[in-house]
Design a protein around this ligand. Structure first.
Ligand code: DGL
Length: 270
């Protein structure tokens, strides 16, 4: 069997939620984690500027690393750049897009929220998913400008009551109650940073809901594309590249913390 090396790309720590699910399903796949800290956060970039930036930065990483597959572990980027990358490179790409279809299938109350970056909630791609799968559902699109940054702070600076309260404030608009008492029962985690703190989100929720985290499904898709190219083995290594030199070690430290709780799901974090 040939060796598989995959790139996992995000603006910062968020893609680690996807990398963690990949590592759980495929322990020996080698990953190169590409953190685009120089451009963090992607969420509030103007669409055209972000598109140009992503094409340049991701192309440079692909050309430098020559991977077997690329995982765009970021909703804000995937909903914008996947067609362009697929047209440019003959490589398998796996994207991360809002889990609106499974949320629409699971909701009992027909009230769901999509918690994402401001960029993702405005994308045509996201609105296409809503038209296709959620026509009969009351959907709250919650584009949080701060939450990805707060998740970074939680991991890099440590937890604090102030930070916990700020995270609670960002979650609050996801919880809707109609005049007849019907409530939101499903929340799509449409930014890869958010599953990293799913345990904390559960604690802060005013009532229990389904939290839709696509990481496991993305990891399954990675297995499929690697299987299709015959490359399903590797050395199990995890290297970090960053567009902001000096930030690699902190990503590596968070990765080690996440993977140290072996076998645990990220639901336990926070
Ligand atoms: N983790 C990214 C996502 O899935 C975006 C975070 C950001 O840079 O704003 O959308």
């Amino acid at each position: 069997m040939s060796r598989a090396r995959i790139l996992v790309v995000d603006s910062g720590l968020g893609g680690l939620s996807v990398a963690h699910a990949i590592r759980q399903q495929f322990p020996s796949v080698s990953m190169i984690y590409c953190a685009d800290y120089a451009a963090f956060p992607y969420g509030d970039w103007a669409q055209n500027d972000l598109q140009d930036h992503l094409m340049g930065q991701i192309s440079a990483w692909i050309e430098a690393c020559q991977p077997d597959a690329v995982v765009i572990a970021c909703n804000t980027a995937s909903t914008l750049i996947l067609p362009g990358l697929r047209a440019k490179f003959e490589l398998p790409f796996v994207g991360t897009v809002p889990a609106i279809k499974p949320a629409a299938a699971i909701t009992q109350t027909k009230m769901i929220s999509v918690l994402a970056t401001p960029g993702t909630v405005t994308r045509d791609y996201t609105h296409g998913l809503l038209r296709e799968f959620a026509r009969d559902i009351d959907v709250a699109l919650v584009g949080s400008p701060n939450l990805a940054g707060l998740v970074e702070q939680w991991f890099l600076e440590g937890a604090s009551p102030k930070l916990k309260a700020a995270i609670g404030d960002e979650l609050e608009p996801c919880f809707k109650r109609a005049s007849n008492g019907t409530q939101t029962d499903s929340i799509v985690l449409a930014c890869t940073h958010f599953p990293l703190l799913k345990g904390l989100f559960q604690q802060l929720a005013p009532w229990p809901v389904h939290w839709l985290d696509p990481s496991t499904a993305i990891a399954r898709q990675v297995g499929k594309v690697l299987g299709a190219t015959g490359a399903v083995e590797g050395s199990g290594s995890f290297e970090v590249l960053s567009s902001q030199p000096g930030s690699e070690q902190r990503v590596q430290r968070v990765w080690e913390k996440l993977t140290a709780q072996s076998g645990s799901s990220l639901t336990d974090q926070g």
